[in-house]
Design a protein around this ligand. Structure first.
Ligand code: ZN
Length: 335
């Protein structure tokens, strides 16, 4: 475990924030007057499950580190020192490799946030976005749902995202490490050495538990396009065997209802949430892994599998049950 994770796991954000902001219980969360803007009725919420805060008035949000950085007006390193002292964790100086991998991680998160905004704007305002919007409408998704899940559109061009992110100052190597562009095998002199991985696809941003975008899924919009679903490759941020789509939005409901429902794809998750079933998540084009089960185990011990009723679905169900039984000490499985 890294020092950052160690500190984070020992700090309770409700206790931390509660020292300076009077908090009242509101359902599973806590509510108070936002310290970052003037208000008379509380719109500042602290979420114990995901250990973060969010103000619905001014948009201020983040984890314990962000809280300390903002309230004490310090940088990340100093916030880490303050919280480590509080948590009784002795910090050794980070090795150069750890500093480098921290720096890269932050940079990749920035790139993913910028790419997610780009795709979203393309869906709403881009030339090619109309087709994708029509498709979403036909699948019955409301504008609110589309915005909540941050859905986007990757234009039918070789360098739309690439050019956009280059203009924002990101370099070839980091864009390729982020998995957003692919290196051309033989680029003629004077031509771009990279092309966009996602082209003419509906884009599903994939988020970690804190809601940060760490990867993308893309659904083909043209008949002949292969594969139908394309995900980000393995990157320093994204490991599809350890991420469940929708978990950032589902975690609170899973705790509240005491169970989770696993479905097969992006649309199944989104439609379920739209109709009020918020404890629904999906693995991404992979069978259920022990890492998935460990993620869920912290939230509930009741896992329901709702996979397609075809032969492949039945096989996946059987394998899923085995994985769950192995990863849980006792098995409470419902099909
Ligand atoms: Zn605020």
């Amino acid at each position: 475990m890294s020092a950052i994770e160690d500190v984070k796991s020992r700090i309770d954000i409700v206790e931390l924030i509660g020292q300076t902001v009077p908090l009242k219980k509101a359902g599973r969360n806590f509510k108070g007057l936002c310290p970052f803007h003037q208000e008379r009725t509380p719109s500042f919420i602290v979420f114990p499950e995901s250990q973060h805060f969010h103000c619905f008035g001014c948009g201020a949000s983040g984890d314990a580190f962000a809280w300390v950085m903002r309230t004490e007006n310090v940088d990340f390193a100093e916030a880490l020192r303050i919280l480590a002292r509080r948590a009784g964790v002795v910090l050794r100086p980070p090795t150069p490799q750890e500093q480098e991998s921290d720096r890269l991680r932050r940079r990749l998160l920035e790139i993913h946030a910028a790419a997610a905004r780009f795709f979203q704007n393309q869906l709403l305002y881009g030339e090619g976005g109309a087709g994708a919007r029509g498709y979403l409408e036909q699948r019955g998704l409301t504008p609110e749902t589309i915005a909540a899940f941050g859905l986007g559109y990757a234009p039918d061009r070789w360098d739309a995202l690439y050019s956009h992110l280059r203009e924002k100052g990101y370099g070839d190597t980091e864009l390729s490490t982020a998995g957003l562009v692919v290196e051309r095998e033989r680029a003629p002199a004077g031509e771009r050495p990279y092309y966009d991985r996602f082209r003419n696809r509906l884009i599903f941003p994939i988020r970690d538990l804190q809601g940060q975008v760490i990867g993308f899924g893309g659904r083909a919009l043209a008949e002949e396009q292969q594969p139908k679903y394309l995900n980000s490759p393995q990157t320093p941020l994204f490991d599809k065997s350890a991420v469940l789509y929708g978990l950032d939005r589902a975690a609170a409901a899973i705790r509240r209802e005491g169970r989770v429902i696993l479905v097969e794809g992006y649309f199944d998750v989104i439609v379920a949430h739209q109709y009020g079933f918020e404890n629904v998540v999906a693995p991404m084009g992979t069978a259920l892994t022990p890492a998935h089960v460990h993620l869920l185990k912290r939230l509930t011990r009741q896992i329901y599998l709702a996979l397609d009723a075809d032969a492949a679905g039945a096989m996946a169900m059987q394998r899923g049950v085995e994985v769950i039984q192995e990863a849980m000490d006792l098995s409470l499985i419902h099909i």
